[in-house]
Design a protein around this ligand. Structure first.
Ligand code: ARG
Length: 475
């Protein structure tokens, strides 16, 4: 899919000349080429470059800058380049600075004078912006689809969890019991926002820069709106300077990916805790755990740890691009070439993390006895006792103080919280302390108890089916 095809395997062929050799007395120094080439990574956009070039050629023909024979000739050459690249036969030359150069050079070799017209009224500046937008439109939706699979696993596991409950925490201190399904879907809703954000980013970036030229348009009678329609973009650019210098969509994509990373990282941190002997809330399937090279007894949650650990670089890729962009005057600057590696890396890392975590969560065993035992500590009923007093008319602040004293006496060894409640309040209050009672008290809408959960599961299921339709629509 990704990194695998990013390294040109053959760049040792004859050195052709650069696209811009006419202006220069001699060829470029090897150090310049080594430092400035982007082919090793932008080669990944080869399909988009060819798609963009086909539309450009058809556009040139529509306005009479290519005749029909020339158009068909160049389109056939582009098909041949496509075939060569698809099956790895394409021979890259040391002078191929980037994917755009490589494709154009080869098209010209194949189709001669007609090929030499390919770059008419086009610059690599509008070309690279077009390629990258096409790439993002496809790849960011793919990331969203991966998240959708994870959401389905979360929903399935939530349904399967039934009335299993565990402690809900604040400050990582036991607070109130919550249904496991509620906890799992809490993450599920975060991924819903992530998907929404990715699709909104894709809709916003759905603008064709093709026809902006190097920065200012052209004197030739081109048709940017026709090109936009041909490429399936929602609209053409309005301002050529903006079209070639705008990388907001990359920054937005990197932010979306970084925030997904933050969400994955939080799940990772929880699962690192849950799989400890101390918590013992979950056991990983052997296929999704790793061993230790020295300690035979170890079973480690490396996926969860890397979901946490790799998020640092997702955040780094975002901040690196923002730092690159902040000093740039209009319009294109070569600095913009730095937009791609971080983006590709973030997309790859998020896709890998989502797939691994999805498998880990789908196959893990939840240890409901340990979860429930941890949630059944007397003190987790304290708020329910206070709310019981509130139902009898006691102001909440007073109820809080009364129950607080009972908790203090309970912790000092004077007796179970239920016993003390029976003594100081009444037996109905005492019945609120006990295994499995607490979670049923969370009856308010969106709350952690079974009643509210039924509604939430239904809503989540409906939302996933609407999302499924949305993905079908975008195919
Ligand atoms: N490799 C370049 C990039 O990624 C392509 C555009 C080059 N444009 C130029 N004027 N040198 O940004």
């Amino acid at each position: 899919m990704s990194g695998a095809d990013s390294e040109p395997e053959n760049r040792s062929g004859p050195t052709g000349s650069t696209l811009w050799h006419g202006r220069f007395a001699g060829g470029p120094d090897a150090a310049l080429m080594a430092y400035t080439v982007s082919l090793p990574f932008d080669r990944r956009m080869w399909r988009d470059d060819i798609v963009g070039s086909r539309a450009h050629v058809r556009g040139l023909a529509r306005v009479g800058l290519l005749n029909d024979a020339e158009r068909d000739n160049v389109l056939a050459a582009l098909d041949q380049v496509h075939a060569e690249m698809a099956d790895g036969r394409f021979e890259y030359l040391a002078s191929d600075e980037d994917i755009h150069t490589a494709v154009e050079r080869r098209v010209t070799e194949i189709s001669g004078p007609a090929g030499a017209k390919l770059h008419t009224a086009r610059s690599r500046n509008d070309q690279v912006a077009t390629d990258l937008r096409l790439w993002c439109k496809r790849e960011l939706v793919q990331v969203a689809r991966g998240l959708y699979d994870l959401q389905q696993v979360l929903l399935a596991r939530a349904i399967e969890a039934g009335n299993t409950y565990l402690p809900g925490y604040t400050h990582l201190q036991r607070a109130q019991p919550v249904l496991l399904s509620h906890h799992l879907l809490a993450h599920g809703w975060a991924f819903e926002r992530d998907i929404d954000r990715l699709l909104a980013t894709v809709d916003r970036l759905d603008v064709s820069p093709l026809g902006a030229g190097a920065l200012a348009g052209t004197s030739l009678p081109i048709d940017p709106a026709g090109n936009a329609a041909d490429l399936g973009f929602a609209r053409p650019f309005d301002n050529s300077l903006d079209a070639v210098s705008d990388r907001d969509f990359v920054a937005e994509g990197l932010f979306d990916l970084a925030l997904i990373g933050v969400h994955l990282s939080r799940i990772g941190e929880e699962w690192v805790l849950w799989t400890t002997e101390e918590f013992g809330f979950a056991k990983l399937d052997d296929a999704f755990a790793t061993g230790s090279s020295m300690l035979p007894q170890k079973k480690n949650p490396d996926i969860a740890e890397l979901a946490r650990g790799k998020t640092g670089r997702l955040i780094g890729n975002l901040t690196a691009l923002l730092a690159t962009l902040k000093g740039l005057p209009l319009a294109y600057n070569r600095d913009l070439q730095e937009d791609k590696e971080g983006l590709f890396d973030s997309v790859d890392q998020v896709n890998l993390a989502v797939a691994a975590l999805t498998g880990m969560i789908a196959t893990a065993t939840f240890m409901s006895d340990a979860m429930q035992a941890a949630a059944d500590a007397d003190v987790t009923a304290a708020t329910d006792l206070a709310e019981y007093l509130v139902r009898g008319g006691t102001p909440f602040r007073d109820a809080h103080a009364i129950v607080g004293q009972l908790v203090r006496r309970h912790l000092a060894g004077e007796g179970g919280l239920g016993e003390l409640a029976a003594l100081e309040i009444d037996t109905e209050a005492a019945a609120l302390v006990g295994a499995g009672v607490g979670v049923r008290q969370r009856t308010s809408p969106g709350g952690a108890g079974p009643l509210a959960m039924t509604a939430q599961l239904e809503k989540y299921r409906e939302m996933l089916s609407a999302e499924h339709d949305e993905f079908t629509r975008r195919q």
